[in-house]
Write a protein that binds this ligand. Structure first.
Ligand SMILES: [Zn+2]
Length: 248
C-alpha cells in the first residue's frame, strides 16, 4: 500500500467518523427505560425498592411457582357444591429473590385475613387472596372482581409493597409507588369504591348485562379508580408471564 492511499484512507475514515458523529446527534433513537422493554418485570424485582409512579413497567410477571399456588388456592375457593370460600397466602421472596406464596389458608365466603409473616431467610412483600363467586353469592355467581375498597384501605395496615388478587382466571396486582400516601383510610377508600361501583353497576344493568357481568365490569372500574386516587400501579391479566398495566 502506498503512502498516498494510506493518507486517502485516513481522510475517508476521518470523514466517516465525522459523518457518524453528526448523524448520531440528529437521528431520533427511541428512548426507553430498561424496565419498559419487551420482557415483563418480575414482581419480585419491583418489590426490592419503591418504584416511581411515573416510570412503572408496562408489564409485570409472576414466578411459575407463585402462579401455580395462586391457581391451586383459586380452585380450592369453589367447593364441590359450587359455593365460595376466600383463600389467601403470603407473598414472599426466597433467598434467590423468587416470588413465592406461603402460609396458605382459607377464610369465609367474602373474607379472609392473610398472614404477614415470612419463613426464615424469606422477605415479606405483601399478600395474596382469592375473590371467588359461587352459588352462595346468588346472581353474582361467576363474577370476577379485583380489589375491594377494604383491600385497598388495608394495604398500609398490612405494609404491602405489592398485593395480588385472583378471581376466576384473572389475576390483579397492586404496587405501592413513591406517590402512594403512607396511610390510606379504609372508610374513604370504601366510599370512593362504592360511588364508582354503584354508578357503573346501574349503567351496565341498563345495557342489559347480567348481575355477574355488571358486577365484574363495575368492580374493575372501581378498583381502577382507587388505583388512580392513591397512585398505585395496577396490573391485570390471565398470563402470569405478562400482566398488563391498567393504571397509570
Ligand atoms: Zn378482597
Amino acid at each position: 500500500m502506498s503512502i498516498l492511499t494510506d493518507i486517502i484512507d485516513a481522510v475517508i475514515d476521518g470523514l466517516k467518523a465525522a459523518w457518524n458523529a453528526i448523524t448520531s446527534v440528529f437521528s431520533t433513537k427511541p428512548v426507553s427505560s430498561p424496565t419498559q422493554g419487551c420482557a415483563a418485570t418480575p414482581l419480585s424485582d419491583l418489590s426490592k425498592s419503591t418504584p416511581r409512579y411515573d416510570s412503572l413497567p408496562q408489564t409485570v410477571s409472576l414466578s411459575k411457582e407463585a402462579c401455580d399456588t395462586m391457581q391451586k388456592l383459586t380452585d380450592q375457593s369453589i367447593d364441590a357444591k359450587g359455593n365460595s370460600t376466600e383463600h389467601a397466602g403470603t407473598l414472599v421472596t426466597d433467598p434467590q429473590g423468587k416470588l413465592l406464596v406461603v402460609n396458605e389458608k382459607s377464610g369465609a365466603s367474602g373474607d379472609v385475613t392473610p398472614s404477614t409473616s415470612a419463613p426464615k431467610d424469606h422477605i415479606y412483600i405483601g399478600t395474596f387472596h382469592t375473590h371467588p363467586y359461587g352459588k352462595n353469592d346468588g346472581t353474582w355467581d361467576g363474577a370476577h372482581m379485583p380489589f375491594s375498597g377494604g383491600d385497598v384501605g388495608t394495604l398500609d395496615n398490612f405494609k404491602e409493597k405489592v398485593s395480588v388478587v385472583q378471581s376466576g382466571p384473572n389475576k390483579y396486582v397492586l404496587v405501592q409507588t413513591d406517590q402512594t400516601p403512607s396511610t390510606i383510610s379504609t372508610i374513604e377508600a370504601d366510599k370512593e369504591y362504592d360511588k364508582v361501583f354503584d354508578a357503573e353497576y346501574a349503567a351496565q344493568q341498563k345495557l342489559g348485562k347480567t348481575d355477574a357481568e355488571s358486577a365484574s365490569i363495575a368492580g374493575e372500574k372501581a378498583t381502577a379508580a382507587l388505583a388512580k386516587k392513591y397512585n398505585l400501579g395496577y396490573y391485570k391479566g390471565t398470563d402470569c408471564a405478562s400482566l398488563s398495566r391498567v393504571n397509570p
